[in-house]
Design a protein around this ligand. Sequence first.
Ligand code: NAD
Ligand code: WQD
Length: 339
Amino acid sequence: MTAKSVLVTGGAGYIGTHTMVELLASGYDVVCLDNFSNSSPEAIKRVEKIAGKRVTTVIGDVRDREVMSRVFKRPIDGVIHFAALKAVGESVARPVDYYGNNVGGTLALLDAMHERKVQRVVFSSSATVYGIPDKLPIAEDAAVRPVNPYGHTKAMVEQILRDWCDARAEHAAVSLRYFNPIGAHPSGAIGEDPHDVPNNLFPFITQVAVGKLDKLTVWGNDWPTLDGTGVRDYLHVMDLARGHVTALEYTFAHTGCATVNLGTGRATSVLQMIAAFEAASGKKIPYVIGPRRTGDIAACWANPSLAQQLLGWQAKQSIEQACADGWRWQQSNPNGYRS
Ligand code: NAD
Ligand code: WQD
């Protein structure tokens, strides 16, 4: 039987690379479209090495009609859409870029899909759409109340996909609301490679551990949480990658639009993450306590039960495993793919 072919937009990025490894391992042919605005072609070479299979790579912007018509000249059975800008603070400073790329890019993709009658898509949404939760854990029926332009772009695309599915009975879409992905492929060959000083906790910790940064600032220890520091739901990026494969398979077996949390249901504080990383890496993480970060929330973790019911997916890997895998990546690649 001919292998199904999947277009992965933004496939050279952090989550895209890990998902492409899982797609190749599951027997899919993979076409990666990426403009390398926040990634490197080296990442794709590493994916191919891990998988022992080739990836068809098209370099270009998802908003470029010529590029997209070239992409869809080949048979594509489904799409996983990662391509986006994703920094919350940057989205406040550059909202038009975020709406143009994240919303405009999705509309351009759906246009190109329409021309070639490609009818299924998995979309990278984010728990950011929930804003400040009323109650914890957060289930998919919680209020969608984004508090920054980035979160608004994700909520808008979720609505676009609901309307897209309502328009044609044969359309299938799954929007995945990720919580906090961390870690790396166990080989240490691919991982998170922020281009500037990391905003996110985990890559900041790994860069302190490898000596690129001298200390961590813990943004506030006066939150109403177990130890006063921020609490999040950290999930291993390999679990997340597998979640995308199950979501894609779901679109082959169902039509309509589903919106699903991908999280562990586990709440971990900043201090607990520091302790877990120190235990996994054997490296001390020096830190100071700083003020709360603007726009931060105290706590956020998932009710992951719908993913289990609908997709048969649940997170399997521990925080400790993610710390060990993330450290292996950073230790072997102190300057990311530029190493
Ligand atoms: P990333 O920046 O590592 O990957 C995004 C990839 O998309 C990059 O390779 C970039 O070059 C590419 N890209 C961006 N705009 C493009 C365009 N217009 N055309 C073609 N390629 C383009 O980010 P990531 O962490 O892998 O996130 C992937 C997706 O998951 C994003 O949509 C992000 O919003 C979402 N997400 C990420 C997190 C997280 O914490 N990393 C959490 C929730 C949701
Ligand atoms: C986690 C915790 C910080 C850095 C962000 C985006 C979200 C999604 C995931 C894209 C918080 C604390 C952090 C540091 C710290 N990305 N922290 N010192 O803010 O939960 O989510 O990434 O979709 O949209 O908002 O993740 O890793 O930035 O912070 O104390 O140097 O670590 O206060 O409690 P966040 P994060």
